[in-house]
Design a protein around this ligand. Structure first.
Ligand code: ZN
Length: 136
């Protein structure tokens, strides 16, 4: 059911400042920076093997991410697992009484389906599930 870790999302105040650590000091490689969620989030993609570290910078203080950053400060925001069947995964979670943020999957600009599981049901970890479009 769980194929691999797709990415780890790290909430940061400013991507350019954070790159001084992640790229210059730690030696990770920036792939690209993209605007996500209709411009509400700026994301820096840094591949590590077959996974990514994603630095996520809110562009809107009222977004979930903006509120997270104001309340908790910078740090690990979520872990994303790739699954082969996101609908089956969500059904299984519901069966086990887990609290879901997304009852049905959302689709992002690249056609990937995703859904978040509430941290209350996941021992304090915000978990994202991802299903890639067929053949990718
Ligand atoms: Zn994510």
């Amino acid at each position: 059911m769980i194929a691999r870790i797709d990415h780890i999302g790290i909430a940061i105040q400013n991507i350019n400042d954070a790159l001084k650590f992640f790229e210059d000091a730690l030696g990770m490689k920036l792939d690209h920076i993209a605007s996500e969620e209709g411009g509400r989030t700026k994301v820096a993609f840094m591949p590590v093997g077959s996974s990514d570290v994603e630095l996520v910078e809110p562009q809107d203080a009222e977004s979930g991410l903006g509120k997270f950053l104001a309340k908790r400060g910078e740090g690990v925001h979520h872990i994303c697992f790739e699954v082969d069947d996101i609908n089956a995964a969500l059904a299984r979670l519901k069966e086990h009484g887990a609290q879901l943020i997304d009852e049905t999957p959302r689709t992002n600009a690249s056609g990937m389906q995703y859904a978040f599981i509430h941290p209350k049901s996941a021992h304090g970890v915000l978990i994202e599930l991802y299903q890639r479009p067929n053949g990718k």
